[in-house]
Design a binder for this molecule. Sequence first.
Ligand SMILES: [Fe+2]
Ligand SMILES: [Fe+2]
Ligand SMILES: [Fe+2]
Length: 452
Amino acid sequence: MKTGLSIEDCVARLKRYHWTFKRLHQIFIARLTAEPVYELKMAFSLHAHWCAEHVATLAKRIGEMREPPLGLEVVPNKHLDLVFEEILCAPTTGELLTGIYEKVIPALNSALAKHIRETNPLADAPSVRVCRFALVEVEDMLNYGQKAVPCIVDAATREKMKPWLQLLDECLKAAGDLDGSTQPVKKDIAPIYSAKPFVYDNVPKRDERFPDPYNMGVNAEVFLYDESMPPDAKVLMMFYKRLREIDVPEMMASIVFQTPGKPWDYYRDMTRQLWDEARHAMMGEVGFASVGVNWPRNVMINFTWSLGLNTQLTPMERHGVLYFIEQGLMPKTGKRYEWEVGLKSHHPLCALFQDYDWADEVLHARIGRDWYLKHFKTAAEGVEYGDKCWSKVLMGWKQWRDEGLTQHRNWWPDCYRDACRNAGVEPDPQVLNFNTTYEEVRADLKNISASA
Ligand SMILES: [Fe+2]
Ligand SMILES: [Fe+2]
Ligand SMILES: [Fe+2]
């Protein structure tokens, strides 16, 4: 029988949560590619996916209470928006993480909890449900941040960022809190980091576990499709291919960030796929851990694909390459083959990962049809365009070697020996001698599958 938020107040608050998730999504996507720390790249992929989902759910709920236009593109409060601008432009990872996980996420967490407390649970039951489900993932983000921030930010760094964190607090106060539920503290606030517009960096960066990022010295596909090679060794090549998929979120983030003005379902679908690709990379990492391979030392995961696409192609051309590669994964030689190799091996975990990798690819093909292929008159035209764009990308195999960026070291024997030692078996000399690079045989799907 208690009264609670009017529709007016309820919509106003939901719009602010909506805006918050939307801007957080953009920040994660904008910072993912150039963020070197592997775990952060993966976390940004997941958290961007969650945010994209909640944006959609909140928009739907707002649409139940109001006639269009819903005004979801309108900045709900300039001080609130300044918080996101500042975080987007934060010059260091430490500031980025602190801003997101110690300021915005706790404020969002409190706002959602407050909404549930203050609204009438009967009258506003649908919003309560939306807030409750959002809270589950916001709390996960909060917990993640509590562990992640101290790994990056020490006491001295924290001291240095004090004035900036104060600015974020002042912005929130001037906004009447994230949800606008308190009396705004009137104040003119001058931006610090966002005084200059944000400069997007789409050049992928990696941390010390990727010491040889130009290495194209081991041709995984040639090995994988060699009938004479044993399935157990092929498992290692598949783990390599999975972990190498870390380059797909790096590339997709650049498409998403540099393609404005689409319906939200586009960003939602693309971000779901981006997170899937991050999951595939982690499947590779877990796979290597399960067979005792020290991958940072004995497997050289490169970034040549995301680097090439991001720096040489337009967002639409990148999408074309992605679609071209993924549609090539569906025939007999693609994902089904990888799954079958997994089944033939003595690694049930590999078979399981390939099973899901394949299923995800079916979803990705649908996403490609919905958002890429519809720009073309026929499917064949879209495939041909992607093929052409992929052919345009220059992979400087010899040039990188001549410039001293890599020696294309053949890391395969070390990786294979690691796994053999762990399994207590003698290395097979034929497997050990594998030595085919990407110099002559390009990672091209016309012949065999490459990335994705
Ligand atoms: Fe995959
Ligand atoms: Fe995919
Ligand atoms: Fe993939």
